[in-house]
Design a binder for this molecule. Structure first.
Ligand code: CA
Ligand code: CA
Length: 267
């Protein structure tokens, strides 16, 4: 079954009990922390590279920092772009450590990778950041005990299209699942294979329930459009099971989402 047929089928089900409309990710209520708002400028050297952004809580003296949220761009895809992770920064001072993974082999100290830190991300958002050659050695943060690993198959209909995976920490509220905090974003600028894996390391706790939203920019306009123009899915994942998630659009009967607005925007 194609992406489009899945979306149409589930849209019809929305009238009944099979699907439900999700909360607007851009409309999270922000607690004492803030949205993580980042704006990159003139990142031409890294358009074809993987980039990772870690929101970290600095440790007490001599202690390592702790990872609180993670955004990965596989690849960056554009020299000028902004993104917002709704309510991703918890209360208290948090920094963002980010790097361009120049050999696609994970973090290396500069100048092998290009690496930067912005302190206190909630102080003056958005964090507008022109490309600089003033690099910081990044600390390896303490992580939570679970990765999110999604094995994608049957993604041939999305070939060449951008795809996003969003991960929210969920709390159950009246009327069903309610997403409260963004802990992960994984963006693929163009799907290259029908089978691949997405992995966000150390952002989940085994004892919590999360909500994963996935969308594919089927019409390639760089903007999220409600199904069936684009396709999107949403499903809960328990932290304990987060390292063995299987995703094949032909085999799933998840709730089709109607996200509103993009987390990532190109300038
Ligand atoms: Ca590297
Ligand atoms: Ca679109």
């Amino acid at each position: 079954m194609s992406f489009t047929r899945i979306a149409t089928a589930c849209s019809a089900l929305m009238l009944g009990q099979g699907c439900f409309v999700i909360a607007d990710l851009n409309a999270y209520e922000v607690d004492e922390g803030c949205d993580f708002e980042m704006e990159l400028q003139e990142f031409q050297p890294h358009v074809e590279e993987r980039m990772a952004f870690r929101i970290v809580e600095p440790g007490e003296e001599g202690q390592p920092s702790s990872l609180r949220a993670l955004a990965v761009f596989e690849t960056l895809g554009a020299p000028n772009l902004g993104f917002v992770l709704p309510n991703a920064v918890p209360p208290g001072r948090h920094d963002v450590d980010f790097f361009a993974d120049r050999e696609n082999n994970g973090y290396d100290d500069p100048p092998t990778d290009h690496t930067w830190t912005i302190e206190d991300v909630c102080a003056d958002p958005p964090n507008v950041f022109p490309h600089l050659f003033d690099f910081s050695v990044l600390e390896d943060p303490t992580r939570l005990d679970r990765d999110l690993r999604i094995a994608f198959t049957g993604m041939g209909d999305g070939m060449g299209r951008a795809m996003e995976v969003r991960v929210g920490l969920s709390a159950e509220g009246p009327g069903g699942i309610e997403v409260e905090r963004t802990v992960g974003l994984y963006r693929i600028s163009a799907i290259r294979r029908s089978e691949f894996e997405v992995r966000l390391t150390g952002i989940l706790d085994r004892d919590f329930l999360y909500v994963v939203s996935i969308w594919v920019d089927l019409n390639q306009n760089g903007t999220y459009d409600n199904p069936p123009t684009d396709v999107s899915w949403r499903f809960p994942v328990a932290g304990i099971n987060a390292e063995q998630v299987q995703f094949n659009p032909d085999n799933r009967n998840d709730d089709v989402t109607r996200l509103s607005g993009n987390l990532v925007t190109f300038r």
